[in-house]
Unconditional design. Structure first.
Length: 453
Protein backbone atom coordinates (compact mmCIF):
# COMPACT_ATOMS: atom_id res chain seq x y z
CA UNK A 1 0.00 0.00 0.00
CA UNK A 2 1.38 3.43 -0.91
CA UNK A 3 2.14 5.72 2.04
CA UNK A 4 -0.27 8.49 0.98
CA UNK A 5 -3.18 6.08 0.54
CA UNK A 6 -2.35 4.45 3.86
CA UNK A 7 -2.29 7.76 5.72
CA UNK A 8 -5.57 8.92 4.20
CA UNK A 9 -7.22 5.66 5.14
CA UNK A 10 -5.75 5.38 8.65
CA UNK A 11 -6.40 8.92 9.81
CA UNK A 12 -10.07 8.03 10.26
CA UNK A 13 -11.10 7.30 13.80
CA UNK A 14 -8.08 8.74 15.58
CA UNK A 15 -10.17 10.39 18.28
CA UNK A 16 -11.50 7.03 19.38
CA UNK A 17 -8.11 5.37 19.78
CA UNK A 18 -7.74 3.45 23.04
CA UNK A 19 -5.27 1.13 24.68
CA UNK A 20 -5.79 -2.52 23.77
CA UNK A 21 -8.15 -4.42 26.08
CA UNK A 22 -5.64 -7.28 25.98
CA UNK A 23 -3.35 -5.47 28.41
CA UNK A 24 -6.01 -4.57 30.96
CA UNK A 25 -4.92 -7.39 33.26
CA UNK A 26 -1.47 -5.80 33.29
CA UNK A 27 -2.82 -2.45 34.39
CA UNK A 28 -2.31 -1.61 38.05
CA UNK A 29 -5.42 0.56 38.29
CA UNK A 30 -9.01 -0.52 37.70
CA UNK A 31 -9.95 2.36 35.40
CA UNK A 32 -9.83 1.76 31.68
CA UNK A 33 -7.06 3.79 30.10
CA UNK A 34 -8.12 5.72 27.02
CA UNK A 35 -5.22 8.17 26.73
CA UNK A 36 -2.77 7.16 24.04
CA UNK A 37 0.68 6.52 25.53
CA UNK A 38 3.83 8.25 24.36
CA UNK A 39 6.42 5.85 22.97
CA UNK A 40 10.15 6.27 23.57
CA UNK A 41 12.53 3.85 21.81
CA UNK A 42 16.21 4.05 22.81
CA UNK A 43 18.84 2.07 20.90
CA UNK A 44 22.49 1.75 21.84
CA UNK A 45 25.08 0.91 19.21
CA UNK A 46 27.16 -2.29 19.61
CA UNK A 47 26.24 -3.05 23.23
CA UNK A 48 27.03 -6.68 23.95
CA UNK A 49 25.17 -9.12 26.18
CA UNK A 50 27.63 -8.60 29.05
CA UNK A 51 27.94 -4.83 28.66
CA UNK A 52 25.05 -3.97 31.00
CA UNK A 53 25.35 -4.22 34.75
CA UNK A 54 22.19 -6.31 35.20
CA UNK A 55 23.89 -9.11 33.26
CA UNK A 56 26.85 -9.06 35.64
CA UNK A 57 29.09 -6.57 33.85
CA UNK A 58 31.34 -4.19 35.76
CA UNK A 59 30.00 -1.40 33.54
CA UNK A 60 27.77 0.98 35.47
CA UNK A 61 24.31 1.23 33.86
CA UNK A 62 22.02 2.25 36.75
CA UNK A 63 19.26 3.71 34.60
CA UNK A 64 19.01 0.68 32.32
CA UNK A 65 19.15 -1.55 35.41
CA UNK A 66 16.28 0.34 37.04
CA UNK A 67 14.12 0.07 33.93
CA UNK A 68 14.70 -3.66 33.64
CA UNK A 69 14.08 -4.22 37.36
CA UNK A 70 10.80 -2.34 37.30
CA UNK A 71 9.81 -3.30 33.76
CA UNK A 72 9.77 -6.34 31.51
CA UNK A 73 13.10 -7.91 30.59
CA UNK A 74 13.19 -9.42 27.11
CA UNK A 75 15.68 -12.15 27.90
CA UNK A 76 15.73 -13.75 24.46
CA UNK A 77 15.65 -10.70 22.19
CA UNK A 78 17.17 -11.17 18.73
CA UNK A 79 18.28 -8.62 16.15
CA UNK A 80 20.43 -8.52 13.01
CA UNK A 81 24.21 -8.75 13.48
CA UNK A 82 24.93 -5.23 12.15
CA UNK A 83 23.48 -1.72 12.23
CA UNK A 84 21.40 -0.89 9.14
CA UNK A 85 19.53 -4.22 8.95
CA UNK A 86 18.38 -4.00 12.57
CA UNK A 87 17.20 -0.42 12.10
CA UNK A 88 15.33 -1.40 8.94
CA UNK A 89 13.64 -4.28 10.77
CA UNK A 90 12.70 -2.05 13.71
CA UNK A 91 11.03 0.58 11.55
CA UNK A 92 9.35 -1.77 9.06
CA UNK A 93 8.52 -4.94 11.00
CA UNK A 94 10.06 -6.93 8.15
CA UNK A 95 13.27 -8.84 7.49
CA UNK A 96 15.80 -6.28 6.19
CA UNK A 97 16.79 -8.57 3.32
CA UNK A 98 13.31 -7.92 1.86
CA UNK A 99 14.70 -4.47 1.01
CA UNK A 100 18.12 -5.74 -0.09
CA UNK A 101 19.72 -4.40 3.10
CA UNK A 102 22.23 -7.09 4.05
CA UNK A 103 24.83 -5.02 5.88
CA UNK A 104 25.81 -1.51 6.92
CA UNK A 105 24.93 1.16 4.35
CA UNK A 106 28.28 2.84 3.83
CA UNK A 107 30.65 4.61 1.47
CA UNK A 108 28.81 6.18 -1.45
CA UNK A 109 25.92 3.73 -1.31
CA UNK A 110 22.48 5.02 -2.33
CA UNK A 111 20.71 2.11 -0.62
CA UNK A 112 17.58 3.02 1.30
CA UNK A 113 14.21 1.64 2.28
CA UNK A 114 11.73 2.06 -0.60
CA UNK A 115 9.84 5.32 -0.18
CA UNK A 116 6.44 3.63 -0.42
CA UNK A 117 7.17 1.53 2.70
CA UNK A 118 4.75 2.23 5.55
CA UNK A 119 7.15 2.56 8.45
CA UNK A 120 6.41 2.53 12.16
CA UNK A 121 6.56 6.36 12.35
CA UNK A 122 4.26 6.51 9.29
CA UNK A 123 1.80 4.26 11.07
CA UNK A 124 1.94 6.23 14.31
CA UNK A 125 1.71 9.60 12.58
CA UNK A 126 -1.47 8.39 10.90
CA UNK A 127 -2.85 7.81 14.42
CA UNK A 128 -2.14 11.38 15.48
CA UNK A 129 1.36 10.97 16.92
CA UNK A 130 4.16 13.52 16.70
CA UNK A 131 7.19 11.55 15.46
CA UNK A 132 10.86 12.38 15.92
CA UNK A 133 14.33 10.89 15.73
CA UNK A 134 17.38 12.28 17.52
CA UNK A 135 20.47 10.24 16.72
CA UNK A 136 21.80 7.73 14.21
CA UNK A 137 19.74 7.15 11.05
CA UNK A 138 21.86 4.81 8.88
CA UNK A 139 19.02 3.94 6.50
CA UNK A 140 20.05 6.34 3.76
CA UNK A 141 23.15 8.50 3.51
CA UNK A 142 21.66 11.33 1.46
CA UNK A 143 19.25 13.97 2.69
CA UNK A 144 16.73 12.83 0.07
CA UNK A 145 16.75 9.50 1.92
CA UNK A 146 16.61 11.06 5.39
CA UNK A 147 14.13 10.41 8.20
CA UNK A 148 11.65 13.05 7.03
CA UNK A 149 10.97 10.83 4.01
CA UNK A 150 9.88 7.95 6.24
CA UNK A 151 7.24 9.28 8.60
CA UNK A 152 9.24 11.46 10.96
CA UNK A 153 7.94 14.98 11.63
CA UNK A 154 11.28 16.03 13.11
CA UNK A 155 14.80 14.71 12.61
CA UNK A 156 18.18 15.39 14.17
CA UNK A 157 21.47 13.54 14.37
CA UNK A 158 23.56 11.96 11.66
CA UNK A 159 22.96 10.02 8.46
CA UNK A 160 25.93 7.63 8.49
CA UNK A 161 26.81 4.56 10.53
CA UNK A 162 29.54 6.15 12.63
CA UNK A 163 30.93 9.59 13.43
CA UNK A 164 33.70 11.38 15.26
CA UNK A 165 32.10 12.18 18.65
CA UNK A 166 33.20 15.83 18.55
CA UNK A 167 33.66 16.86 14.90
CA UNK A 168 30.59 14.81 13.88
CA UNK A 169 32.29 13.86 10.61
CA UNK A 170 32.05 10.45 8.98
CA UNK A 171 35.24 8.36 8.78
CA UNK A 172 36.00 9.71 5.28
CA UNK A 173 35.68 13.32 6.46
CA UNK A 174 32.20 13.67 5.00
CA UNK A 175 29.63 15.79 6.81
CA UNK A 176 26.74 13.88 8.33
CA UNK A 177 25.27 15.94 11.20
CA UNK A 178 21.85 17.37 10.41
CA UNK A 179 18.63 18.88 11.65
CA UNK A 180 15.50 18.10 9.68
CA UNK A 181 17.66 16.38 7.05
CA UNK A 182 19.71 19.54 6.38
CA UNK A 183 23.42 19.43 7.19
CA UNK A 184 24.52 21.64 10.10
CA UNK A 185 27.62 22.30 12.21
CA UNK A 186 27.41 22.09 16.00
CA UNK A 187 29.81 21.86 18.90
CA UNK A 188 29.63 19.24 21.60
CA UNK A 189 29.84 15.51 22.26
CA UNK A 190 27.40 13.49 20.15
CA UNK A 191 25.93 11.72 23.17
CA UNK A 192 25.13 15.04 24.85
CA UNK A 193 23.75 16.64 21.69
CA UNK A 194 21.49 13.68 20.93
CA UNK A 195 20.22 13.73 24.51
CA UNK A 196 19.66 17.48 24.62
CA UNK A 197 17.68 17.40 21.38
CA UNK A 198 15.53 14.56 22.68
CA UNK A 199 14.82 16.59 25.81
CA UNK A 200 14.06 19.68 23.73
CA UNK A 201 11.62 17.69 21.63
CA UNK A 202 9.79 16.52 24.74
CA UNK A 203 9.65 19.95 26.40
CA UNK A 204 9.43 22.44 23.51
CA UNK A 205 9.46 21.20 19.91
CA UNK A 206 6.55 18.76 19.82
CA UNK A 207 2.85 19.49 19.59
CA UNK A 208 1.82 18.89 23.19
CA UNK A 209 -1.79 18.29 22.20
CA UNK A 210 -0.77 14.95 20.71
CA UNK A 211 1.17 11.92 21.97
CA UNK A 212 4.71 11.45 20.71
CA UNK A 213 6.89 8.73 19.25
CA UNK A 214 10.52 9.55 20.00
CA UNK A 215 13.30 7.36 18.58
CA UNK A 216 16.71 7.93 20.20
CA UNK A 217 19.43 5.80 18.56
CA UNK A 218 22.74 6.70 20.23
CA UNK A 219 26.13 6.63 18.51
CA UNK A 220 27.85 4.77 21.34
CA UNK A 221 29.49 2.51 22.24
CA UNK A 222 30.26 2.12 18.51
CA UNK A 223 33.76 3.19 17.54
CA UNK A 224 35.35 5.71 17.34
CA UNK A 225 35.13 6.57 21.02
CA UNK A 226 36.24 9.65 22.91
CA UNK A 227 35.07 10.50 26.43
CA UNK A 228 35.72 13.15 29.05
CA UNK A 229 38.00 12.20 31.93
CA UNK A 230 35.11 12.18 34.41
CA UNK A 231 33.64 9.13 32.71
CA UNK A 232 37.00 7.36 32.44
CA UNK A 233 37.69 8.01 36.12
CA UNK A 234 34.73 5.84 37.02
CA UNK A 235 36.72 2.76 35.96
CA UNK A 236 40.09 2.70 37.78
CA UNK A 237 39.96 -1.10 37.95
CA UNK A 238 39.76 -1.61 34.17
CA UNK A 239 43.37 -1.75 32.97
CA UNK A 240 42.80 -2.08 29.23
CA UNK A 241 42.49 1.42 27.76
CA UNK A 242 40.05 0.59 24.97
CA UNK A 243 37.79 -1.45 27.25
CA UNK A 244 37.85 1.42 29.78
CA UNK A 245 36.84 3.82 27.02
CA UNK A 246 34.02 1.50 25.97
CA UNK A 247 32.77 1.30 29.57
CA UNK A 248 32.95 5.07 29.93
CA UNK A 249 30.92 5.55 26.75
CA UNK A 250 28.25 3.13 28.01
CA UNK A 251 27.95 4.91 31.36
CA UNK A 252 27.83 8.32 29.67
CA UNK A 253 24.96 7.06 27.52
CA UNK A 254 23.18 5.50 30.49
CA UNK A 255 23.45 8.80 32.36
CA UNK A 256 21.96 10.53 29.33
CA UNK A 257 19.06 8.08 29.33
CA UNK A 258 18.52 9.07 32.94
CA UNK A 259 18.29 12.71 31.92
CA UNK A 260 15.58 11.90 29.37
CA UNK A 261 13.65 9.86 31.95
CA UNK A 262 13.98 12.68 34.49
CA UNK A 263 12.56 15.07 31.88
CA UNK A 264 9.55 12.77 31.55
CA UNK A 265 9.20 12.82 35.34
CA UNK A 266 9.38 16.60 35.61
CA UNK A 267 6.76 17.02 32.90
CA UNK A 268 4.40 14.42 34.38
CA UNK A 269 4.79 12.18 31.35
CA UNK A 270 6.33 9.05 32.87
CA UNK A 271 3.02 7.41 33.78
CA UNK A 272 1.90 7.57 30.18
CA UNK A 273 5.13 6.78 28.31
CA UNK A 274 6.15 3.33 27.12
CA UNK A 275 9.94 2.99 27.07
CA UNK A 276 11.74 0.40 24.95
CA UNK A 277 15.50 -0.12 25.15
CA UNK A 278 17.62 -2.42 23.00
CA UNK A 279 21.05 -2.75 21.41
CA UNK A 280 21.22 -2.89 17.63
CA UNK A 281 23.54 -5.91 17.55
CA UNK A 282 26.08 -7.79 19.62
CA UNK A 283 29.37 -6.26 20.63
CA UNK A 284 32.35 -5.74 18.36
CA UNK A 285 35.45 -7.61 19.53
CA UNK A 286 38.09 -5.06 18.52
CA UNK A 287 38.89 -2.39 15.96
CA UNK A 288 41.88 -1.21 13.97
CA UNK A 289 42.04 2.31 12.63
CA UNK A 290 43.89 3.44 9.51
CA UNK A 291 44.62 6.39 7.21
CA UNK A 292 41.14 6.18 5.67
CA UNK A 293 39.49 6.23 9.10
CA UNK A 294 39.43 9.76 10.50
CA UNK A 295 42.97 10.36 9.26
CA UNK A 296 44.31 7.79 11.74
CA UNK A 297 43.16 10.08 14.56
CA UNK A 298 41.94 7.30 16.83
CA UNK A 299 44.18 4.54 18.23
CA UNK A 300 43.32 0.89 17.60
CA UNK A 301 41.05 -0.80 20.14
CA UNK A 302 42.14 -4.32 21.04
CA UNK A 303 39.22 -4.89 23.45
CA UNK A 304 35.76 -3.38 23.00
CA UNK A 305 32.51 -5.12 23.97
CA UNK A 306 31.72 -8.35 25.78
CA UNK A 307 29.18 -10.96 24.65
CA UNK A 308 30.00 -13.45 27.42
CA UNK A 309 28.81 -16.20 27.71
CA UNK A 310 27.49 -16.18 24.16
CA UNK A 311 29.50 -17.32 21.16
CA UNK A 312 30.34 -14.88 18.38
CA UNK A 313 30.58 -11.17 17.68
CA UNK A 314 29.02 -8.38 15.69
CA UNK A 315 28.63 -9.31 11.96
CA UNK A 316 28.20 -13.01 12.89
CA UNK A 317 24.96 -14.98 13.18
CA UNK A 318 25.98 -16.86 16.29
CA UNK A 319 24.02 -15.79 19.36
CA UNK A 320 26.73 -13.33 20.42
CA UNK A 321 26.08 -11.31 17.28
CA UNK A 322 22.28 -11.26 17.47
CA UNK A 323 21.13 -11.77 21.08
CA UNK A 324 21.17 -8.45 22.91
CA UNK A 325 19.94 -6.69 26.07
CA UNK A 326 16.38 -5.38 25.70
CA UNK A 327 13.41 -4.33 27.79
CA UNK A 328 9.99 -2.69 27.70
CA UNK A 329 8.72 -0.49 30.53
CA UNK A 330 5.49 1.31 31.35
CA UNK A 331 5.35 2.64 34.88
CA UNK A 332 2.52 1.15 36.96
CA UNK A 333 1.09 -0.51 33.84
CA UNK A 334 3.40 -3.39 32.97
CA UNK A 335 4.19 -5.61 35.94
CA UNK A 336 7.88 -6.51 36.42
CA UNK A 337 8.58 -9.73 34.54
CA UNK A 338 11.12 -11.61 32.45
CA UNK A 339 10.00 -12.96 29.08
CA UNK A 340 11.98 -16.05 28.08
CA UNK A 341 10.22 -16.58 24.75
CA UNK A 342 12.12 -15.48 21.66
CA UNK A 343 11.24 -11.93 20.64
CA UNK A 344 12.79 -10.25 17.60
CA UNK A 345 13.31 -6.67 16.53
CA UNK A 346 10.67 -7.18 13.81
CA UNK A 347 8.14 -7.73 16.62
CA UNK A 348 8.38 -4.16 17.99
CA UNK A 349 6.19 -2.58 15.26
CA UNK A 350 3.23 -5.00 15.58
CA UNK A 351 3.51 -4.95 19.39
CA UNK A 352 3.10 -1.17 19.44
CA UNK A 353 0.14 -1.46 17.08
CA UNK A 354 -1.44 -4.08 19.32
CA UNK A 355 -0.84 -1.91 22.35
CA UNK A 356 -2.87 0.83 20.66
CA UNK A 357 -5.53 -1.68 19.62
CA UNK A 358 -4.91 -0.77 15.99
CA UNK A 359 -4.70 -3.12 13.03
CA UNK A 360 -1.88 -2.86 10.53
CA UNK A 361 -3.09 -3.27 6.95
CA UNK A 362 -2.21 -6.63 5.39
CA UNK A 363 -0.67 -4.69 2.50
CA UNK A 364 2.15 -3.56 4.80
CA UNK A 365 3.35 -7.20 4.89
CA UNK A 366 4.49 -7.17 8.51
CA UNK A 367 6.59 -10.25 9.32
CA UNK A 368 6.95 -9.63 13.03
CA UNK A 369 4.50 -10.83 15.68
CA UNK A 370 3.16 -8.90 18.65
CA UNK A 371 4.54 -10.12 21.97
CA UNK A 372 2.07 -8.06 24.03
CA UNK A 373 0.25 -11.18 25.22
CA UNK A 374 3.51 -12.49 26.67
CA UNK A 375 3.37 -9.72 29.26
CA UNK A 376 0.37 -11.49 30.80
CA UNK A 377 1.86 -14.99 30.63
CA UNK A 378 1.09 -15.87 27.01
CA UNK A 379 3.51 -17.65 24.69
CA UNK A 380 4.87 -16.68 21.30
CA UNK A 381 3.56 -18.83 18.44
CA UNK A 382 5.71 -21.33 16.60
CA UNK A 383 7.41 -19.57 13.69
CA UNK A 384 10.44 -19.55 11.42
CA UNK A 385 13.16 -16.97 12.07
CA UNK A 386 15.47 -15.88 9.26
CA UNK A 387 18.65 -13.86 8.90
CA UNK A 388 20.73 -12.93 5.88
CA UNK A 389 23.89 -10.88 5.48
CA UNK A 390 26.24 -10.56 2.54
CA UNK A 391 28.40 -13.36 3.98
CA UNK A 392 26.19 -15.72 5.98
CA UNK A 393 22.61 -17.01 6.33
CA UNK A 394 20.70 -18.49 9.25
CA UNK A 395 17.28 -19.99 9.85
CA UNK A 396 15.73 -21.10 13.12
CA UNK A 397 12.74 -23.32 13.89
CA UNK A 398 12.13 -23.64 17.62
CA UNK A 399 15.38 -24.67 19.28
CA UNK A 400 16.98 -25.75 16.00
CA UNK A 401 19.22 -23.23 14.27
CA UNK A 402 21.07 -23.72 11.00
CA UNK A 403 23.86 -21.36 9.94
CA UNK A 404 25.23 -21.33 6.40
CA UNK A 405 28.73 -19.84 6.22
CA UNK A 406 28.94 -18.49 2.68
CA UNK A 407 27.39 -15.76 0.56
CA UNK A 408 25.47 -18.27 -1.59
CA UNK A 409 23.95 -21.62 -0.66
CA UNK A 410 26.04 -23.52 -3.21
CA UNK A 411 29.26 -22.34 -1.55
CA UNK A 412 30.40 -22.61 2.04
CA UNK A 413 29.48 -24.85 4.97
CA UNK A 414 26.44 -25.54 7.11
CA UNK A 415 26.33 -25.76 10.90
CA UNK A 416 23.47 -27.00 13.08
CA UNK A 417 22.82 -26.24 16.73
CA UNK A 418 20.13 -27.10 19.25
CA UNK A 419 19.92 -23.97 21.38
CA UNK A 420 18.04 -25.65 24.21
CA UNK A 421 20.77 -28.23 24.71
CA UNK A 422 23.63 -25.99 23.55
CA UNK A 423 22.77 -22.30 24.14
CA UNK A 424 26.35 -21.20 23.56
CA UNK A 425 26.68 -22.99 20.21
CA UNK A 426 29.71 -25.04 21.16
CA UNK A 427 28.80 -28.24 19.30
CA UNK A 428 27.98 -28.39 15.61
CA UNK A 429 25.71 -31.45 15.36
CA UNK A 430 24.87 -31.36 11.66
CA UNK A 431 26.28 -34.86 11.09
CA UNK A 432 24.09 -36.32 13.86
CA UNK A 433 20.84 -34.80 12.54
CA UNK A 434 21.03 -34.68 8.73
CA UNK A 435 17.25 -34.82 8.25
CA UNK A 436 16.64 -31.77 10.44
CA UNK A 437 19.43 -29.95 8.61
CA UNK A 438 17.85 -30.80 5.25
CA UNK A 439 14.46 -29.47 6.40
CA UNK A 440 16.03 -26.22 7.56
CA UNK A 441 17.94 -25.84 4.30
CA UNK A 442 14.65 -26.16 2.39
CA UNK A 443 13.15 -23.46 4.60
CA UNK A 444 16.21 -21.29 4.07
CA UNK A 445 15.83 -21.64 0.30
CA UNK A 446 12.18 -20.64 0.61
CA UNK A 447 13.08 -17.50 2.52
CA UNK A 448 15.80 -16.56 0.05
CA UNK A 449 13.31 -16.80 -2.82
CA UNK A 450 11.21 -14.10 -1.16
CA UNK A 451 14.13 -11.65 -1.07
CA UNK A 452 14.25 -9.34 -4.11
CA UNK A 453 17.97 -9.93 -4.66
Amino acid sequence: MHRRKFLEYSIKGIAGLTVAPAIMNLIACSEKITERPNILVIVSDDTGWNDVNYHGSKIKTPNIDKLVKEGVELNNFLVSPVCSPTRAALLTGRHPSRFGILGPISGGSESAIPKETVTLPDFLRSKGYNTAITGKWHLGLRKEDGPLQYGFDYSYGYFHGQIDPYTHLYKSGEKSWHRNDQLIDEEGHATDLITNEAINFITDIRDKKEPFFLYVPYSVPHIPLQEEQKWLDMYPDIENDSRKLFAAAMTHMDDSMGQIIETLNKNNLTDNTVIIYMSDNGAQKNWKSGPNYYGNKFPPADVLGDNTPLNGWKTELYQGGIKVPALIYWKNKFKPAKIEDVVTVEDIYPTIAKLLDEKISDDVNIEGTSFLHCLSGGKMPKRILYWRTDKVFAVRDGDWKLIHLGNTLDKGENELYNLKEDPFEENNIINQFPKIAEELIVELERQIEIDPI
